[in-house]
Design a protein around this ligand. Structure first.
Ligand code: PEP
Ligand code: MG
Length: 559
């Protein structure tokens, strides 16, 4: 019998077994750090430490791959932030020792990031990482974080900083387990990009003794301590079966009887575009343009935007690229698109609502896209986030047309939009269902609340009913409706979505092969029957189980 199994949220698929390596905790400023006798020299020490951290991160970025590079560089930028250095310098001036000054300045900044919430709150880990590294420099001790690994290991941490995740030695890290983190944390994003199985939200993870052998299941979201041979063997067999089954899949997404379901990539910038462009997929179903500008303080010029969009479109001549206009606000605030504090930002002026209040934001973006689209040969389509009404859809479509762009669409991620999709779709050329937000708004559950992930499960039958309503609008209007939320990358749920009538599925590129295989093993009528089974279920768990039991064994054998 295998030992103790801990449950968390699986964020990167696959299984692995190995000894636990606990990530070294952060360095604390010593309680007896003396007040500086020479404030000038102590300030220099702080500045030099931050500069050394920035330089070290730059060097790591150079050695890292295309996915990791921008994330490490963004962390290096935090180390170079003049405000952070100034805040620490001020504290030294007030009598704090350099290590304490760095720690206090970081705390001050972290409180500001946390108050901003969402994406910024998730960057607190990066900020604290910079602080820890700088304190280690000041104290002359080794940097905290992942120690050098001598054998294939399972990395366990409270949360992993992006710089730590990105610098992981892929040949030696077989899985990642964290106590904190959520589906949209950098650990989750990077782990999926790197193909390393990962489970987040595992309670007590940091108390697992170093050296304990654990089996990690990134699909089921499970971590088993001291697994027995039977469990290890079952996981190994599944891994091998999966690799063999996926090795054969190629070409466009289609069901066994030839019903096309385009398989597309979700991307957040130029590096993602270049990587996705080299893969066997049909284009981009969601380019989250706001990701490019998360750290911008001023609105980028049309020319600057056009240059980035050109680079994003360039790898896709002849393929579609769906560009989403800025989805700023709520969990993704942008400094230059801020309308001030709101009580409930997820229900406030985010996405298209914000652009309606500040039309210059969307107009400059559309102008830049029109410029970029001319040169690349990509099939560019533009869609708006957080659309709730037909009037909003019409407003967006007219602006897209005025910019000279050929196709407009709407995200369907608000239940109101799903229920009345026929009216929204009548105004545009296509719809794309954002199941991340649709689950949040249907289930009245903050998508950032890791501890409520059962309610946010896109298998919730209520969410499936709302997705079905969105698809019905597509059928009624003859307009294509796709899915670009995380659910599209779940091979079983992808079958249900195809059965509900979606014409495309957009996901992290690493998830495309398994979804392609799933489709190829079922006819469209079988997908429809699976969709009915899922919707007839009473709970998310029952829905998933019912579909799993009825799906092709060739597929379930590798999930
Ligand atoms: C969604 O809400 O499902 C979606 C794809 O958009 P985002 O995750 O960027 O909010
Ligand atoms: Mg969304």
């Amino acid at each position: 019998m295998s030992g103790d199994t801990r449950h968390g949220v699986g964020v990167s698929p696959g299984t692995a077994v190995g000894p636990v390596v606990q990530v070294a905790p952060p360095v604390r400023p010593p309680a007896d750090e003396p007040a500086p006798t020479d404030a000038g020299a102590a300030t220099d020490q702080v500045l030099e430490a931050l500069a050394a951290v920035a330089a070290d991160l730059d060097a790591r970025a150079e050695a890292a791959d295309a996915h990791a590079q921008p994330i490490i560089k963004a962390t290096a930028m935090i180390a170079r932030d003049k405000g952070l250095a100034k805040a620490a310098g001020k504290l030294v001036g007030a009598g704090a020792g350099p290590a304490h000054a760095i720690a206090a300045a970081v705390e001050e900044y972290a409180a500001q990031f946390e108050a901003l919430g969402g994406y910024f709150a998730e960057r607190v880990t990066d900020l604290k990482d910079v602080g820890n590294r700088a304190i280690a420099v000041v104290l002359g001790v080794p940097a905290p974080g992942v120690p050098a690994l001598s054998e294939p290991s399972v990395i366990v941490a409270d949360d992993l900083a992006p710089a730590e995740t990105a610098a992981l030695d892929r040949s030696r890290v077989v899985a990642i387990v964290t106590a904190a983190g959520g589906r949209t944390s950098h650990t989750a994003i990077l782990a999926a990009q790197m193909g390393i199985p990962a489970v987040v939200q595992v309670q007590g993870a940091t108390h697992i003794p170093a050296g304990t052998r654990v089996a990690v299941d990134g699909d089921a979201g499970e971590v088993t301590l001291d697994p027995d041979m039977a469990l290890i063997e079952a996981q190994r067999e599944r891994r091998e079966r999966r690799a063999a089954a996926l090795a054969g899949v190629a070409g466009p997404g289609t069901t066994r009887d030839g019903h096309a379901v385009a398989l597309l990539a979700n991307i957040g910038g130029v590096d993602d575009a270049v990587a996705a462009g080299a893969q066997d997929l049909e284009g981009v179903g969601l380019f989250r343009t706001e990701f490019v500008y998360l750290s911008a303080h001023a609105m980028p010029s049309v020319e600057d935007q056009a240059e980035i969009y050109r680079q994003v479109l360039a790898p896709f001549p002849g393929r579609r690229v769906v560009v989403r206009t800025l989805d700023a606000g709520a969990d993704k605030p942008l400094a230059f698109a801020d309308l001030g504090e709101e009580e409930n930002p997820a229900l406030g002026r985010r996405g298209l609502r914000l652009c309606q209040a500040r039309p210059e934001l969307i107009d400059s973006q559309l102008e830049a896209l029109a410029l970029a689209a001319q040169d690349t040969g990509a099939d560019v389509r533009v869609m708006a986030p957080m659309v709730a009404t037909a009037e909003e859809a019409a407003w967006f479509a007219s602006r897209v047309a005025a910019a000279g762009l050929p196709k407009s669409g709407v995200m369907i991620e608000v239940p109101a939009a799903a229920l009345r999709s026929r009216h929204l779709l009548a105004e545009v050329d296509f719809g794309s269902i954002g199941t991340n937000d649709l689950a949040q708004y249907t289930m009245a559950t903050d998508r950032m609340a890791g501890e409520l992930s059962d309610l946010l499960d896109p298998w919730q039958p209520a969410v499936l009913d709302v997705v079905a309503a969105a698809c019905d609008g597509g059928t009624a209007t003859g307009k294509p409706v796709g899915v670009c939320g995380e659910s599209a990358g779940d091979p079983l749920l992808a079958l249900v979505l195809a059965g509900l009538g979606v014409s495309s599925l957009s996901m992290a590129p690493s998830k495309v092969p398994a979804v392609k295989l799933a489709l190829s093993l079922h006819t469209i009528d079988e997908c429809r029957a699976l969709a009915e089974l899922a919707r007839a279920a009473r709970s998310a768990v029952d829905a998933r189980e019912a579909v799993r039991a009825a799906a092709s064994e060739e597929l379930t054998a590798i999930l």
